[in-house]
Design a binder for this molecule. Sequence first.
Ligand SMILES: Cc1ncc(COP(=O)(O)O)c(C=O)c1O
Length: 379
Amino acid sequence: MKFRTRAIHVGSEPDETGAVIPPIYLATTFIQPGAGEWGTFDYSRSGSPTRARVEKVLADLEGAAGALAFSSGMAATHCAMMLLEAGSHVIASNDIYGGTYRLLHKICSRNQIEVSLVPAHDAESIADAIRPNTKMVWIESIGNPLITIPDIPAIASITRPAGILLGVDSTFVPPAILRPIELGADIVMHSATKLLGGHSDCLAGVLAARDRQLHDRLYYTQNATGAVLGGLESFLLHRGIKTLSLRVREQSSTALRIAQWLEQHPRVRRVLYPGLASHPQHARARNYMGDQFGTIISFELTGDIAETKRVCSATKLFGLAVSLGAVESLIEQPATMSHASYDSAARAAAGISDSLIRLSVGLEDADDLIADLDQAIGS
Ligand SMILES: Cc1ncc(COP(=O)(O)O)c(C=O)c1O
């Protein structure tokens, strides 16, 4: 079956009542067949019927051996990092979400995890950073917020023979467009709070694993540490996934129109969007994503920082807020919002300037969104 059909039917098989939409199970504990005997479910941290359904469709859509649903994207990333022994070395992209930067530098570092940040769109920079204790490479399939595109197969051809795990945070590029496991990733992570949920009403995270053994190691850690997705959120996430491919196709097409419009604007210095021919990795993006380049655009104005802040506050449809990927369009200034947890030297090294603006393009009418940006940027 094709992606759209599976997104609607896998994990949504009717139960014995025939209900077309499966019920939400809120039970935290389950009657056991006997003392010391275990049924399918026993305690909801270890597994629950509603979470199992959404994990089933997620694994299917990612082409993974199994998927795990977490209480947030950061909980999912943390679980992946907990695979690492103390003293391991992680190579991460220097274009990653601020929360991941903070997790690596302020939390994983407590376990003597060493971190190297590299420009991951250049696979050679990863090869050059490998040390004897390198155990994980962590990249984003579209970097946040500089919209860099790594060459996942080229990176996998470096990590696989070296026995290094390749984790791909694919929050910006959902499986309707790209499935990193098919390109060689070992672990795919999503902040499902974003495009997968799609409606800004469900905080969630996902890990999908290439093979069963890796899945079981991640499951062991998830169960031992407990940051699982609750029943209501599992239901909301599952519902969001059913419309994922339609939302992403429409939002990507609007994003391309907006990016093209911004690129022509005299008060815009540069636009970062993989669908533009001017994007340094445009050919790679076309290769991996076809004609859907995602819903996120970053751009810089010609004016000063005050002008950047003014525009961020002047839009009427684009809400000034962090997060992304939902039906409502959002605008933000990464330096002071989503990436405030970078230290300023690392921000400067990565090229995240104070004048950078990030847009999350929603499902509103493209003409209305362009008119909103037009009035906000001015002439
Ligand atoms: C690329 C990326 N990864 C991870 C996260 C963290 O996810 P969550 O906020 O669901 O914990 C975010 C959140 O903005 C993100 O944009």
